[in-house]
Design a protein around this ligand. Structure first.
Ligand SMILES: Cc1cc2nc3c(=O)[nH]c(=O)nc-3n(C[C@H](O)[C@H](O)[C@H](O)COP(=O)(O)O)c2cc1C
Ligand SMILES: [Mn+2]
Length: 465
């Protein structure tokens, strides 16, 4: 199998284990609510969780691959703080030198037994209390533009309805929505593959926003940069689709435009439930399972912040550094659901560039609702420091940029029907800089050169002793 470890989910699970970054749940766990409830207790920690004994199934289930940047950075052999720069560099490399994926004759996905489609044989869990059913929420969709033939990779959530049917949520503006619209206009159905249990390279390619990977480019090539090798695909057995040759599970699917069924509710990345509504029906025409599979599920919280959010952050950083002089860094804060609030660090050399940064950030990533720009002496990862800039440097009379009735992310309750108000806060010092905004500082000192006695605090010692 070509490529580094990022190209294969099985290798990643092995690596997590070898690194001591895999919590193993050995006791039997129910897919209905129990698995996700246990996973949620470890959410955001530096280890993923493998459920080895899933009730009614032989295959284990993995969650948490994306919920820690510390873990991701170690898998990618990078420093945690330079992860957005690394990801941004991979996207830039693909933009300047796109590498196509490669069709191969055979792959591990076809080494399992052939079987009739029965989605109940796949261990998809029901996550949250009000969720409408079991979900595939970590699979990569590979579809083909019915007009141009360009292939697209994306991640969508699919609710399991019965043995052969799923209902899918496609947000407004997604390339899959565009393809479906084109298929409808041509009177055709839309075929695609759903690939579950793929390596992080392809996951990140699929999560790359449309602003970085437009509809006329084959964004699967981004995976090739992460893998340092071409992505390998095999032809579908039933439908004219491309299947990821080393996926753990692959479904050959078809949507007949206009066919709708109820999907949701689903506990989403926002901390709210996505509402139940009629959404496209997906017919599963073939099902393939690799030998010794591991099913992947994603808890819709930090895992999405570190995929959609990390890719969005990387693109905003890349675009801003090209377009706005002085931009040093960008952070999509976790309090902002991982991709609704961007905090930008800038070293201004000209008045007005902080506001320019606000406009460029909104253009580089439309789901953003808020952008806060601060000077580069503020730690953008420290909410307290950002608040300090807001409380002392932000000027409410001139520092607010408000945009009404603009397209945003439909999952944000402030954007019903994808329409709402966005706001930018310019929390930078006035330019040119004046001394009253200079930050006070102490001299640097090395404590190792001093004899200092720091006593342990004995709680209640005064009273008892
Ligand atoms: C775990 C996860 C779940 C996601 N679920 C959905 C979803 O249900 N519907 C959707 O439209 N986008 C979803 N996304 C976001 C898209 O996959 C992402 O924005 C992608 O870049 C869209 O690809 P496109 O630009 O080719 O349309 C999800 C992303 C992740 C990482
Ligand atoms: Mn795309």
């Amino acid at each position: 199998m070509a490529g580094n470890r990022l190209s294969d989910f099985a290798s990643i699970v092995e690596d997590l284990d070898a690194m001591g970054r895999l919590i193993k749940v050995r006791s039997e766990v129910d897919l209905h609510l129990e698995l996700a409830a246990i996973a949620a207790r470890f959410e955001g920690g530096p280890r993923a969780v493998l459920f080895e004994n899933v009730k009614g199934h032989d295959a284990p289930v993995l969650t948490g691959l994306y919920w820690s940047r510390e873990l991701l950075a170690e898998l990618m052999q990078r420093d945690e703080h330079t992860l957005p720069q690394f990801v941004s560099g991979c996207i830039k490399e693909w933009q300047s030198r796109p590498i196509p994926p490669m069709m191969v004759g055979h792959g591990p996905i076809y080494e399992g037994q052939s079987m009739k489609v029965d989605l109940r044989r796949i261990p998809a869990p029901v996550h949250a209390l009000e969720d409408g059913g079991p979900y595939f929420d970590a699979g990569v969709v590979i579809a083909r533009d019915p007009e141009t033939g360009v292939r697209n990779a994306s991640i969508q959530r699919f609710m399991v309805i019965d043995k052969q049917t799923l209902h899918v949520n496609i947000d407004a503006g997604r390339h899959l929505e565009l393809y479906l619209e084109k298929a409808r206009a041509r009177g055709e159905s839309l075929a695609f593959s759903l690939n579950c249990g793929v390596g992080p390279g392809l996951h990140f390619a699929a999560a790359t926003p449309a602003e970085a990977a437009p509809a006329d480019a084959d964004e699967r090539g981004i995976a090739c940069v992460f893998h340092e090798a071409r992505l390998e695909l095999v032809k579908g057995k039933k439908l004219p689709v491309h299947v990821v040759s080393n996926a753990m599970y692959a479904l050959e699917c078809e949507i007949v435009p206009g066919e709708l069924g109820e999907e949701g509710p689903f506990a989403e990345v926002t901390g709210y439930y996505a509402r139940r509504a009629p959404r496209p029906v997906v017919h599963v025409r073939a099902m393939h399972i690799r030998p010794d599979p591991v099913f992947q599920t994603i808890l819709s919280g930090v895992e999405v912040w570190n995929s959609v959010g990390l890719l969005g952050e990387a693109n905003v950083l890349g675009m801003l550094q090209r377009q706005v002089p002085g931009v040093r860094d960008v952070y999509f804060s976790h309090g902002g659901c991982g991709f609704y609030h961007a905090i930008v660090s800038i070293r201004q050399t000209r008045a007005g560039w902080s506001k320019q940064a606000i406009m460029a950030a909104f253009a580089a990533f439309p789901p953003l609702k808020m952008v806060t720009v601060v000077d580069d002496d503020v730690d953008i990862k420290d909410a307290k420091d950002v608040e300090w800039a807001m409380a002392t440097r932000f000027d409410p009379t001139h520092g607010i940029l408000r945009i009404d009735n603009v397209f945003g992310h439909g999952l944000n309750p402030g954007f019903p029907d994808y329409l709402g108000t966005k706001v930018g806060f310019d929390a930078c010092r006035p330019f040119p800089h004046t001394p009253e905004y200079d930050r006070a500082a102490y001299d640097k000192v090395d404590l190792a050169g001093h004899d200092i006695d720091v006593p342990e605090i004995q709680s209640g010692a005064a009273r008892t002793g």
